[in-house]
Design a protein around this ligand. Structure first.
Ligand SMILES: [Zn+2]
Length: 473
């Protein structure tokens, strides 16, 4: 009689990422709730059960329940002896929601799932439906795309028979299986997504990563954030307790409430009392980041291929080599970072070498414009699909920190070559390459100011709201 309610639905977009912090869980749940409130006008009657289930889940999270349960009638669960923690009282009486005739549920594919086990977990007990999906040409495509983490949404009758099923076969197509009178039909429908601007703000107490996590900022957005301010802030040495950040970024949400983060549109970083701001502005060249005054901030080279690392061995023409046990030039710098840390291309480039070289171990060489090459050594692995001749964008992941070749511990050996001669990546000559800005002036500036004003206004509001909220805590 008892069945797992939609907790996994709330977490589905985290499936496969390994660990989920409770804070992020709550945050994500709220994001989903927010999305719902925005779209509730278009909800069908059947979606009411989904909404009430989700609200119940939120309550359970807030009340500290580690698992979320609800009751669906007419279902035999064999040896699943689960005691309901919060019953329908939460949904029906606290929230005044009436029990609908159909149950909508979302879950996601787990490792080792078969279609039968997945449906069973969602309380569907319908051999006829499973047989149809197996034998139908259109519906059976589901078996070829059941990757772990993929969402599935079903509607079922109280007796556990399937009413409908929606499953994303790929980014463009959703498989829809529906019961029509006494049989089933399978169709493919186009996937839809809605775009919106999301915002987040946080205060740093221990690390930027912890603060970003608390703020519910997706990792890809945090990475963009560090790039945006990397010419002004050294994220390893400059961060202070009490620093704050605010971000407005694009995101698209699909029908399974899976949110795909996109580009940062505006951001603010307050570091040691000093405020830095960036805003995205689309130009005829494709768009770029500027200060609110129209000063270009684009760095032609990133300061470091690993934003959070420290130099353990500098550039020198002479040093005692720990493995070779002899004095030898070190024509690069060593950046200490844990095994597997992602390494980013410091500028747009073409891959000229990706493979093994004596001493360097697994190594990547990138060719940039203006006679500059960069070299990344001792890697544990390469980015998937990386190959010689490939064009790489600045900030793109190229490989992972390791200790292959002559290395005593995990670190990145990084070289910066100008006209084929290694230069000190931290030296003055290389630093001139770090910055190449284009400023907006004249008539274009008025257009720029008008176009970016709403984002700046929004940035002003984010911290104001956060500060007001903190006063009530
Ligand atoms: Zn080195």
């Amino acid at each position: 009689m008892v069945k797992n309610w939609g907790l996994s639905a709330c977490l589905s977009k985290n499936q496969g990422s390994g660990k989920i912090s409770p804070m992020k869980m709550i945050k994500n749940t709220f994001q989903i709730l927010k999305h719902w409130i925005l779209t509730q006008n278009s909800l069908t009657k059947a979606s009411d059960s989904r909404r009430s289930g989700m609200v119940a889940t939120i309550l359970m999270l807030l009340f500290g329940g580690a698992t979320a349960f609800g009751i669906t009638p007419g279902l035999s669960t064999g040896n699943h002896s689960i005691t309901p923690v919060i019953e329908d009282i939460t949904r029906n009486e606290l929230l005044g929601v009436s029990t609908p005739g159909l149950y909508t549920q979302q879950d996601s594919v787990h490792n080792g799932d078969t279609l039968a086990s997945l449906l069973y977990r969602m309380g569907v007990d319908d051999q006829e439906a499973v047989s149809f999906i197996r034998s139908d040409n259109t519906a059976s495509a589901i078996f070829r795309s059941m990757a772990p983490g993929k969402p599935i949404r079903i509607q079922k009758n109280p007796n556990g028979t399937l009413v409908s099923l929606r499953f994303p076969l790929n980014d463009q197509q959703i498989l829809k299986v529906s019961r029509v009178a006494d049989h089933f039909e399978a169709t493919l429908v186009a996937a839809s997504e809605s775009k919106e601007l999301l915002q987040a703000t946080g205060t740093i107490y221990s690390s930027l990563f912890a603060a970003a996590d608390n703020a519910g900022l997706p990792d890809s957005v945090t990475r963009q954030l560090t790039h945006l301010f990397s010419t002004d802030i050294d994220f390893h040495n400059d961060l202070r307790r009490g620093d704050t950040f605010s971000v407005i970024y694009e995101a698209s949400t699909d029908e399974f409430d899976q949110i795909k983060p996109g580009r940062i549109m505006a951001a603010e970083f307050v570091n040691k009392g000093q405020t830095f701001r960036r805003v995205y502005y689309a130009t005829t060249d494709g768009g770029d980041y500027f200060t609110p005054e129209g000063v270009g901030i684009k760095a032609s080279f990133l300061r470091s291929p690993i934003p959070f690392s420290r130099v353990t061995s500098g550039f020198t023409t002479e040093r005692f080599h720990p493995i070779l046990k002899m004095w030898r030039a070190h024509k690069g710098i060593d950046l200490a970072a844990p095994m597997g840390t992602p390494i980013e291309a410091v500028a747009n480039a073409t891959v000229v070498f990706a493979g093994w070289k004596n001493g360097y171990g697994n190594v990547i060489e990138l060719r940039h414009s203006n006679g500059v090459d960069t070299v990344y050594g001792h890697l544990s692995g390469f980015a998937r699909g990386l190959r010689v001749g490939e064009k790489i964008r600045q900030g793109e992941l190229i490989g992972y920190v390791g200790m292959t070749g002559w290395a005593t511990g995990p670190h990145l050996h990084y070289e910066f070559k100008i006209n084929n001669v290694q230069r000190d990546p931290q030296g003055a000559e290389v630093r001139r390459y770090l910055r190449a800005s284009v400023n907006i002036a004249g008539r274009a500036k008025n257009q720029f100011l008008a176009a970016t004003a709403p984002l700046i206004k929004e940035l002003n509001a984010i911290r104001g709201t956060a500060t007001a909220a903190a006063n009530f805590e």
